[in-house]
Ligand binder design. Structure first.
Ligand code: HEM
Length: 501
């Protein structure tokens, strides 16, 4: 029928597929980038594909992304797109289990805990954790030996996952969580994480052991946080805690209601899950790219010698303010998020028929596309971030594009920061401009609130790792899209020795 019937011109074109329910699930699931680029060629920037029975309308390009992420609340809904994945993991009463205006208040509460004073304290804590990690993990024995010939190797994603959860728990999550990290909490996290997969996204309820483990772990972890809250209230200690829990305990909704202990527990779980894979994958991609580019490692090291070098050849610890002022470090993170953004697809459900702007896709001017209620919308800022029509050598990882004032990236960056969209996000990364071709943190009402924290974590770890290790690898591995976020495929080993100075 796809071939015989004349196409309904009010709707975006549907991607041709042979098997009805499955649709394009395999092509999209295996390599969404390849799928989007080739469909754009065939159908233009707006098209609909079938994903296991769901109709997914993709709007590519900066304008397409903006149409979706800036969509009206009466037309697009994130809760309906995500809740079946997130609520069993985060728990009830938070994020996508509540109406949007409640989520907006909850995001505001979290922002109170993500303040400059806390970030200042976090830099030192992250440094301590990294020292402890390198001085105790079996994979880093060669670092401890420290000789010129003492080379070792580690799996970039596995090691960075561990380091990310250790540093996030020491900082954001608080000392009680950190102290249980080697014990019960780690297992709960693993079980919960086992329920945060594309399978869970596509099939919310299957009679599988991993689903049962997820549900059990969610309850146990929720209780774990509630206990901490009760203990903190009971204790009279006036030791200052630089953490999110302390901040959330003070917050109340506009109607005066204070956050319940369950809500706080579930917000903490949401933050743990939202930050873990995104940051650990980004760390791994940064290190893998640096490993094949010793010149960039050297430039990062030189930058630090310039700022933190003492006459006796040692480097002193950086502060939060100083880390914000290292352009080479900044460009490495920014470029890594351009080429390897953790989230390739941002989704919304259409809750009332939604006419798209006439200029989008291959619609005719007098008949713009209307996306019917019930479809899903899919924004893929990852495509504009590497579109050859927008960036020079778009597929190449080249941090210098952000530093060289004459590069297209630097010009674009300036343009989007000078149109009233400028936000001083910690390390100066700006991706708020809604029509910016660079949006690794999304935009609009659901934009990431973890960006600054991620920058503190990534920036501190990267700066210090480059001081301590020299890394090498033959190539950067391809993307693996079968995980919830884009991870490096195996093998993803980095060979290293202690930096020889
Ligand atoms: C939302 C990316 C780290 C918490 C988002 C979105 C993106 C994103 C693209 C928008 C999702 C959408 O529109 O559907 C990233 C990247 C990170 C990162 C690339 C690190 C490199 C973090 C961290 C936290 C966090 C560390 C917590 C501390 C959140 C929250 C939302 C969000 C709460 C809001 C969801 C909403 O309003 O619907 N993130 N994130 N993220 N992120 Fe992040």
């Amino acid at each position: 029928s796809q071939l015989l019937l004349p196409r309904d011109r009010t709707k975006p074109p549907t991607v041709f597929h042979l098997i009805p329910f499955i649709g394009s699930a395999v092509a999209y699931g295996m390599d969404p980038y390849k799928f989007f680029f080739s469909m754009r060629e065939k159908y233009g920037e707006v098209f609909t594909f079938i994903l296991l029975g769901r109709k997914m309308t993709v709007c590519l390009g900066a304008k397409g992304t903006n149409t979706i992420l800036g969509g009206k609340l009466s037309q697009v809904c994130a809760e309906d797109a995500y809740t079946h994945l997130t609520t069993p993991v985060f728990g009830q009463g938070v994020v996508y289990d509540v109406p949007n205006h409640i989520l907006m208040e909850q995001k505001r509460f979290v922002k109170f805990g993500l303040n400059t004073d806390n970030f200042r304290a976090y830099v030192g804590m992250i440094e301590d954790e990294l020292d402890h990690f390198l001085n105790s993990e079996p994979e880093f024995a060669a670092y401890r030996k420290g000789g010129k010939e003492d080379w070792g190797h580690f799996d970039a994603f596995e090691q960075m996952s561990e380091l990310t959860i250790l540093t996030a728990s020491r900082t954001l999550q608080g000392k009680e969580v950190r102290s249980q990290m080697d014990k019960t909490f780690a297992q709960l996290y693993m079980d919960l994480d086992g329920g945060f997969t594309p399978l869970n996204f596509m099939f919310p309820n299957l009679p599988l052991p991993s689903y049962r483990r997820r549900d059990k772990a969610q309850k146990a972890m929720s209780d774990f946080y509630v206990n901490i809250l009760q203990q903190r209230r009971a204790s009279k200690s006036d030791e200052v805690e630089y953490d999110m829990l302390a901040s959330l305990m003070d917050q109340s909704y506009k109607d005066g209601r204070v956050l319940s202990d369950r809500e706080i527990a579930h917000i903490m779980i949401a933050l743990l899950m939202a930050g873990q894979h995104t940051s650990s994958a980004t760390m791994a991609w940064c290190l893998l790219n640096l490993a094949v580019r010793p010149d960039v490692q050297q430039a990062m090291y030189d930058e630090q010698v310039k700022h933190f070098g003492a006459p006796n050849g040692t480097l002193r610890s950086p502060t939060f303010e100083e880390l914000k002022d290292l352009p080479v470090l900044d460009s490495v993170i920014r470029e890594t998020l351009r080429v390897h953004p953790p989230l390739h697809s941002l989704m919304r459900k259409v809750i009332s028929d939604m006419p798209l702007p006439a200029t989008l896709g291959n619609a005719s001017e007098d008949q713009p596309y209307i996306v019917p209620k019930g479809n899903f919308l899919l924004a893929a800022p990852c495509i504009t971030q590497i579109d050859p029509a927008i960036w020079t050598n778009s597929f190449e990882w080249d941090p210098s594009r952000w530093v060289d004032p004459n590069s297209d990236a630097a010009r674009m960056y300036a343009e989007y920061t000078e149109t009233g969209e400028k936000v001083d996000y910690g390390f100066g990364l700006v991706s708020k401009g809604t029509e910016s071709p660079y949006q690794p943190f999304g935009s609009g009402r659901h934009r990431c609130i973890g960006e600054q924290f991620a920058y503190v974590q990534l920036g501190t770890l990267l700066a210090l790792i480059v001081r301590k290790l020299e890394m090498k690898a033959d190539k950067v591995p391809p993307h693996n899209y079968t995980t919830m976020i884009t991870t490096p495929s195996k093998p993803r080993d980095i060979t290293f020795r202690r930096r020889q100075v």
